[in-house]
Ligand binder design. Structure first.
Ligand code: ARG
Length: 464
């Protein structure tokens, strides 16, 4: 029997049950549902609704249900609409009449919001730990690259030589911002909805602050309507994952490019590459391509929840049941992706010679010619014209740029020296710029910041 059968004169149609059930996907919330139920029982005792003995009976039944779920021996019934119904039904079977007191002062509306927040908090911490180790890997790769150079690109055209470490850390800072976003989402998810009831609280003298603290929430809802209607935390998680997906997709795109024979900057370890069923010579970057592909799915999941929420009147509406599948899906996929992606990056090799070669085209120093002239008081627009003229000349007459610079009356041999790749890179030494020295500073700041967040995540894991 469903939890609401008494109100209706006939049993639910099969089609209704098939269409409206959520057990097939919310069953994974059982650990949180049981945790929430335990704490609710303690709250009912505190409010004087349950006796000591009844509490003991209910807690014992809940432990048995927990055991059955974890041993996968829990027997579901066709009338189990969702995880909440299944747990309560089984508690009542085990504990007898007292089981019917379990739901006092509680609704599935505050119950599902509580379950989901407990789930989100836990998943966020796990995601944060994976993200931190991925960011740490980027830092290690940057350190390992030493003073190796590669071309920096705009419009996928070679633009200026940069340290490989600078390039890797650029992706690192994007991940750093993702870490920040996940932390902020954690804080906003850390507010207990339990005690809001269906929408308006209860008359039973329950104390939402007590149950919040017992469940490890830092805060408790300020408005019972908002507590059951709010799904911002789901939106935020899905936005954070979609943004992280976009960042990883940009890295993925470069891995696809850089592992081509045309670039030849990177080689994937065989364990992290795939072959072709037809073309024997192929070695493909499928992890990178799928990471790029899954990003469409993450963005789709974000769109789904936002469209579902848009226009929903307060408070709970069954539409909200649609929050779970995109949420679970994005967390599940991102967990797999981060593992595969981290493995791929940790095992790939850089062809520093090849990168250096690509970075040593003289034309990438054209702006340094202009900047040299600026230091001799030539206005930049005019300096830019002179440098562009030299590039054109060099290409047309097939004379090296450094020869033309040496011979130029306003430039000369000193200027020719200044525009060698290493020297140009060395001179871009301002904060955040692409000199090897600036990058060293940047790297230690990056590591410091990661360590700070890692500490915060450790302390949250301790009391979560
Ligand atoms: N399965 C429902 C959900 O996921 C649980 C809440 C049901 N509440 C209700 N009033 N029908 O949203």
């Amino acid at each position: 029997m469903t939890l609401w059968q008494n109100r209706l004169s006939s049993p639910p149609a099969n089609e209704l049950m098939e269409f409206t059930e959520s057990l097939s996907f919310d069953v994974r919330l059982w650990p949180y549902d049981i945790e929430g139920s335990r704490v609710h029982v303690l709250g009912l005792k505190r409010a004087g609704i349950l006796s000591e003995e009844e509490v003991a009976q209910l807690l014992k039944a809940l432990s048995q249900v927990e055991e059955e779920f974890s041993q996968q021996t829990f027997a579901f019934l066709p009338s189990d609409e969702d995880v909440h119904t299944a747990v309560e039904r089984r508690v009542t079977e085990i504990a007898g009449d007292v089981g019917e007191k379990l739901h006092s002062g509680r609704s599935r509306n505050d119950q599902i919001a509580t379950d989901l927040k407990l789930y989100v908090k836990r998943e966020l911490l796990q995601c944060l730990r994976s993200l931190l180790s991925f960011a740490g890997l980027l830092a290690d790769l940057a350190e390992g690259a030493g003073d190796a150079l590669m071309p920096g690109y705009t419009h996928t055209q070679r633009a200026q030589p940069i340290p490989v470490a600078h390039y890797l850390l650029a992706h690192g800072w994007a991940i750093r911002r993702d870490v920040d976003r996940f932390m902020a989402t954690y804080t906003r998810s850390d507010v207990s909805p339990l005690g809001a009831g269906a929408l308006a609280g209860s008359t039973l003298g329950l104390d939402p602050a007590f149950t919040a603290a017992e469940l490890g929430f830092s805060d408790v809802f300020a408005n019972s309507l908002d507590a059951v209607a709010d799904r911002d935390f789901v939106v935020e998680v899905l936005f954070d994952i979609a943004t992280l997906g976009v960042h990883l997709s940009r890295i993925a795109e470069e891995i696809v490019l850089f592992t081509t024979e045309e670039f030849g900057f990177l080689r994937l370890d065989d364990a992290y590459a795939t072959g072709s069923s037809m073309l024997p010579q192929k070695k493909n970057a499928d992890i990178a391509e799928l990471a790029r592909g899954k990003t469409g799915r993450y963005i789709g999941n974000l769109m789904q929840i936002m469209v579902t929420l848009k226009g929903l009147p307060l408070t709970y509406n069954r539409d909200l049941q649609e929050d779970k599948e995109p949420l679970f899906d994005s967390f599940d996929q991102m967990r797999l992706q981060l593992n595969a992606f981290t493995g791929m990056l940790a095992t790939m090799t850089f062809d520093y010679d090849r990168m250096r070669q690509a970075a040593s085209s003289e034309y990438m120093q054209a702006v340094d010619i202009a900047e040299y002239l600026v230091t001799t008081q030539v206005p930049f627009r005019r300096a830019h014209g002179i440098a562009a003229g030299l590039v054109r000349d060099s290409l047309e007459r097939r004379v090296s740029l450094s020869e033309l610079v040496s011979a130029h009356p306003q430039l000369g041999t000193e200027a020719a020296h200044v525009i060698e790749a290493d020297s140009a890179v060395r001179r871009r030494n301002s904060r955040g710029a692409a000199s090897v020295a600036s990058v060293k500073e940047q790297l230690s700041r990056f590591r410091r910041e990661l360590e700070g967040v890692a500490e915060a995540v450790r302390s949250l894991s301790g009391n979560g």
